[in-house]
Design a protein around this ligand. Structure first.
Ligand code: ZN
Length: 265
């Protein structure tokens, strides 16, 4: 029997070997969004090279492994360059001419503060004008306070909440995020959410606007977090339909531009 198909809305392909990408494809990964990360991007020029690498090289590597490549680009709050932010934001829209570039991300608040908040607001305005979804990071530290602040900034933007995925939610922030109308990402990694917690959250809330993500390739250690979760959720007694929604149909609906039928061909 084929393993359950899934789409990962948050990974970092540059940190995953070719061998591991092939393994992920074997275990059911049909498509993945490789997100602009906080690693390796110091200056604006380095960040642009990172964007170019994701679009040209990393998406090709995903494709070679048999995974449909999708890219999210943006300036991560943990690595805002001291110079050249205006130029970066000016160049960003042109990247969306490439159909593989499907979302802005990862954006968000890390330490918080004016600089991060202002950049987030500017990128949300870009998402509105580009009509693209946004993948948002929430930090491990002070997650509740940062998430509250994040939602306040989202509220004052013109971006529809259903176009926003707030990732790495906790049991505490999930109700806030969903109450606001955003998608919530349960990141199945040590230190984020474990599969027991994910299973009880899905049992309690259903899979409406909840997706499972891995964040592999950037510090995250469990390569097979999502395929293992798919199996564990079934063993915990969740229905096949619920698992399929959290792992495949939800991610596809969030992106809007990627149909499940195209992925399963
Ligand atoms: Zn990430």
């Amino acid at each position: 029997m084929d393993p359950p198909a899934f789409v990962d809305l948050h990974l970092h392909a540059e940190g995953i070997s070719d061998q591991d990408l092939a393994t992920l494809a074997f275990f059911g990964m049909k498509a993945a969004v490789t997100c602009a990360s906080d690693a390796g991007a110091g200056t604006a020029a380095e960040l642009r090279r990172h964007w170019d690498d994701l679009v040209a090289i990393q998406s090709q590597r995903l494709k070679m492994a048999g995974i449909r490549p999708l890219v999210a680009l943006g300036v991560h709050p943990a690595r805002i360059p001291w110079h050249g932010v205006d130029d970066l934001l000016h160049r960003l829209p042109r990247y969306f001419d490439d159909p593989k570039v499907v979302a802005l991300g990862e954006l968000g608040l890390h330490e918080g503060g004016n600089r991060e908040e202002e950049l987030l607001a500017r990128q949300l305005r870009l998402a509105v004008s580009l009509r693209r979804p946004v993948i948002v990071h929430t930090p491990a530290r002070e997650k509740l306070a940062r998430t509250r602040r994040l939602l306040a900034i989202l509220k004052s933007s013109a971006l529809p909440p259903e176009r926003v995925l707030i990732d790495h939610v906790s049991e505490e922030t999930l109700p806030l995020v969903r109450g606001f109308g955003c998608w919530a990402g349960l990141t199945l990694q040590p230190g984020a959410i474990d599969v027991e917690a994910a299973s009880s959250l899905l049992r309690k809330n259903g899979a409406e606007r909840i997706v499972l993500t891995s964040d592999i390739g950037e510090g995250a250690t469990d390569l097979l977090a999502l395929p293992k979760a798919a199996e564990a959720l079934r063993e915990a007694g969740l229905s096949a339909d619920l698992c399929r929604r959290a792992l495949l149909e939800g991610p596809s609906a969030f992106l809007g531009s990627v149909q499940v039928s195209e992925l399963l061909h």
